[in-house]
Design a protein around this ligand. Structure first.
Ligand code: 13P
Ligand code: SF4
Length: 366
């Protein structure tokens, strides 16, 4: 067993209270050499150690602006890759648990997207007529694919601006991997549902006819987030029957039906801001991950507000949950020891191409 693996095993046995003390001590030792960024879905015991929190767009910007030698990213793998691409080469990007992935991001891979591009190319002039748009929830090689083909990245908070930018240049969009963000955003821009077709990546030509492809304005990859699939229109109907004055807010990764029944649809940052800014006494039904909703509820309850989780079933993002105090203590103490572990380093050529697509996104964002 290597020294590193031995050390991780040692940390895995620690209880949360011990980790708390060790994390604090390591932070003091590192001072401003380290910055800890965290996504809103992080569990409480990790969240409290973050210097900055945000949605995917905000965290991307923070990574690009940080001066710290070490950026410890409490989130999932694709977010850490983006932070690595946008930070300086002399900064080290650390993901406390390398197994913290994103099941939606895994629903698209380079081989399948390249096959889709080739197959679409038999029906359309893809390079001039189809804009590849990848949700930030995707691997770096898919961002690089977009970079190579004049395409762009989007997040849940700038999707509308990115689609406007895309349609200003090309007639159609290939959107991956989340069909729901694509459909919900396209519909709110006035694109009829029948002009948004779903590309089944396991079938030849996405399971579509050539005519369906020619008629479509958006071709939506058949990916989804399993956490946000847990929310259903019936949950909203039940809430509205019980609380007619209540408000409903959902993340755009939720289904079309859930988003259509919601009063507000927006990114994690938008959800938090909207509930915080609402009138005292407002009751909200919230369709996004449980850690965020529970924390928000604790924050706003003093004003008589309620933030209620949309599903009767507990559904956390299990990969976000992988970042625990044990892994955080381990990576921080490894930095103190001068032996960084769990570095995320996107290969230079891939990073440069992905950066082109990310820079287009940042330029197109408000
Ligand atoms: P946000 O960009 O809204 O934080 O969303 C990221 C995500 O993975 C939601 O499931
Ligand atoms: Fe991925 Fe869904 Fe988790 Fe967001 S909530 S990181 S989309 S699996």
């Amino acid at each position: 067993m290597s020294q590193t693996a031995h050390a991780l095993q040692h940390f895995a046995d620690l209880d949360d209270a011990d980790c708390e003390v060790r994390i604090q001590a390591a932070r003091v030792a590192l001072g401003d050499r380290v910055v800890i960024l965290g996504h809103h879905y992080q569990r409480e015991e990790v969240f409290r150690h973050t210097d900055h929190v945000g949605d995917s767009l905000k965290l991307s910007r923070l990574a690009g602006e940080s001066d710290a030698e070490f950026i410890v990213f409490c989130g999932v793998h694709f977010m850490a890759e983006v932070a690595d691409i946008l930070s300086r080469p002399d900064q080290a990007l650390i993901l406390p648990d390398l197994a913290a992935g994103c099941s939606m991001a895994d629903m698209a891979n380079l081989a399948k997207v390249e096959r889709a591009w080739r197959e679409l190319g038999r029906v359309l002039d893809v390079e001039n007529g189809v804009m590849p748009v990848t949700y930030i929830n995707s691997a770096a090689d898919l961002k690089a694919f977009c970079g190579r083909h004049g395409g762009i990245v989007c997040t849940s908070s700038n999707a509308r601006h990115v689609l406007d930018w895309s349609f200003a240049q090309r007639e159609k969009i290939l959107f991956f991997p989340d069909q729901h963000l694509g459909r919900n955003t396209g519909y709110r821009m006035g694109i009829p549902l029948e002009q948004m077709v779903t590309w089944d990546f396991d079938k030849p030509l996405g399971g579509l006819t050539e005519q369906q492809i020619r008629d479509a304005r958006m071709i939506l990859w058949k990916g989804f987030c399993s956490v946000h699939q847990m929310f259903h229109p019936e949950h909203i109907d039940r809430f509205r029957a019980e609380y007619p004055d209540g408000k409903v807010i959902s993340h755009p990764e939720c289904s079309f039906e859930v988003c259509e029944k919601s009063d507000v649809v927006g990114s994690t940052e938008t959800i938090i801001r909207t509930v915080r800014d609402s009138a005292p006494g407002t009751r909200w039904l919230v369709g996004t991950e449980l850690n965020l909703v529970s924390r928000l509820h604790r924050e706003v309850q003093a004003e008589g507000k309620v933030a209620e989780f949309m599903s009767p079933t507990v559904c956390m993002c299990s990969t976000m949950f992988r970042i625990d105090p044990q892994h955080l203590a381990w990576v921080l103490e490894s930095l103190v020891a001068g032996e960084p572990v769990n570095r995320i380093q996107v290969p230079a050529e891939e990073a440069a191409q992905a950066r082109a697509a990310l820079d287009r996104m940042l330029d197109a964002s408000p």
